[in-house]
Design a protein around this ligand. Sequence first.
Ligand code: CP
Length: 309
Amino acid sequence: MSELSVNHLLGIKYLNKEDIKLIFETADHFKEVINRPIKKVPSLRDITIANLFFENSTRTKLSFELAQKRLSADVINFSSAQSSVKKGETLIDTVNNILSMKVDMVVMRHPNPGAGVFLSKHVSASIVNAGDGAHEHPTQALLDSYSIREKLGNVKGKKVVIVGDILHSRVALSNIFALQLQGAEVMVCGPKTLIPKYIDKLGVKVETNLRKALNWCDVANMLRVQNERMDISYFPTTREYTQQFGVNKALLDSLDKEITIMHPGPINRGVEITSDVADSSQSIILDQVQNGVAVRMAVIYLLASKIKQ
Ligand code: CP
């Protein structure tokens, strides 16, 4: 297959296995490009991309911008905090005003689940979801799987546990879809209050004992507790959460095998993960960030190829 089955990247649930394979093969090429002395290719000189961030971001925002610049696209950046959204302008009006400046693609992070899908039905540009509320974060899941493939050779057959605040996590849902599409086994582990009631309907295992989960898995993807999405308490204290669901060096060393540790960031050091684990040789956290550029270059390049047709 030489093109994606979709015109937008709204979520992993809209992709198929071949789409992911194509994105990874294209990312392999771009990974080689960004390791050259001249890290730039002229592929998207005729494409203009708007990055619209209605929520905070460090990794995703910088990684998308760098990916676009490495592909020679023209880039404009919009952050809602400094915009006319503060004066009451709607999402559609905001985007249509930006599109009237001849923008071909929109990368958007938004607090509302489904914001990307909504936008794709109302505007002509190609839409990339950079995280929509607690729904999906497709490029994060793609770079996570790409990093597992790089570290362990293959995603198929691997056992991956996603640990922590599953309830409020867009990373968890996108990872579940992406890992299952590629033939991995997925488990979620956390306090019962932070695991959605019907998650087993997605075909994932559920475990509330972290040691058992770590003994089962090849890879542990540690998630942050998303306090900003909580209006009630889901566990008694942070200290208690850390005691039960935090990963530390002593716990890792007591397992009978060496597992790979991931984290999408931002990390709360000392809460879900200790520094000696985050910075250890078992951790591929910074590889994930580095791979994010190549994976996002691949996504943008493949979607732009469809615009040009
Ligand atoms: N992983 C992730 O989405 O990080 P940011 O919120 O910093 O973009």
